[in-house]
Design a protein around this ligand. Structure first.
Ligand SMILES: [Zn+2]
Length: 291
């Protein structure tokens, strides 16, 4: 099978059909030597990192699909009680609805991390039912982009990457395969949905975004697209078209090694936002089409 990890317009997927979420399930699949997506559905990812000294979870998915996440963890032999850090890419409920229940599962021991900017968003919107309610949870730690989040074999560098939300945070880390001795550079962008940078949109108002946030998003994407990344861990499966590129062997992480994927995803999203602002970007030529 020929694979092409490229941004794809979302199809009807789990998040829009939570009442029948059992129709949108995915297996756990390995994306790096010690990293699996255990989100269990076809929409939002939840990446489990086995640090050798406890577990890190990047995003949690929906409350409604948390049973799938817990099942996927057990299917890999991991105990959800061993989660020591929950890292949130941003405050939206599709990434954070599971925080409270996972925190409770760990006996109140798991750290909960977010950016200061998105903790402000979390506090601002925590009583809202739109777009989705969130069980109350408390943040215990804030990212400092100068100080990596470390546990066991992992040292995770963060970068504030506003645009999707004011506090969307991207993650960068190396993962070494002991069997081959090879080290792979892994990255996850914290917010590739760009509708909230479209002038005049309701979602732009919801996020308190200004055109300057959109311009910074474009600049950040174009800068980071030049950074070498071997494994692009997309925060939603459509962003790298995972469904159509799922490996036959879900334990074979080498399937996800594709040095163009990170670059192409970021440039595609930057070009999409640039198209919203023709006065700012009059010479835009699209180079990376959306599938
Ligand atoms: Zn979001």
């Amino acid at each position: 099978m020929e694979k092409r990890f490229q941004y794809k317009t979302p199809k009807p997927r789990c998040g829009g059909n939570l009442a029948t979420r059992w129709n949108y399930t995915e297996p756990a699949y390995r994306v790096a030597p010690h990293v699996w997506n255990v989100g269990g559905q076809d929409d939002v990812a939840a990446y489990l990192l086995d640090t050798g000294d406890g577990l890190i979870l990047i995003d949690t998915g929906y409350e409604a699909t948390l049973y799938l996440l817990i099942d996927r963890m057990w299917s890999l032999g991991y105990n959800p009680r061993d989660i020591k850090k929950i890292l949130l890419s941003h405050y939206h409920g599709d990434h954070s609805q599971g925080v409270r229940l996972l925190y409770e599962l760990t006996g109140g021991k798991a750290e909960v991390w977010i950016s200061k900017e998105d903790e402000a968003n979390h506090q601002r919107t925590k009583d809202d039912d739109f777009p989705m309610p969130v069980l109350p949870y408390e943040v215990t730690n804030f990212y400092d982009d100068d100080t990596p989040v470390t546990l066991g074999r992992f040292s995770i560098r963060t970068k504030l990457t506003p645009g999707h939300t004011k506090g969307a945070t991207s993650f960068f880390f190396d993962d070494t395969d002991e069997a081959t001795g090879k080290t792979w550079r892994c990255a996850m962008h914290g917010g590739m949905g760009v509708g909230m940078m479209r002038p005049g949109s309701k979602t732009m108002a919801n996020e308190l975004n200004t055109p300057d946030d959109a311009f910074r998003f474009v600049a950040d994407c174009l800068e980071m697209a030049q950074w070498p990344v071997d494994i692009n861990m997309s925060s939603h499966l459509n962003q790298t078209n995972v469904d159509e590129n799922m490996p036959e062997d879900t334990n074979d992480y080498t399937w996800f090694i594709a040095d163009y994927s990170w670059h192409d995803m970021l440039v595609n999203r930057a070009e999409e936002v640039m198209s919203y602002y023709p006065e700012k970007y009059p010479d835009l030529v699209r180079t990376i089409p959306t599938l």
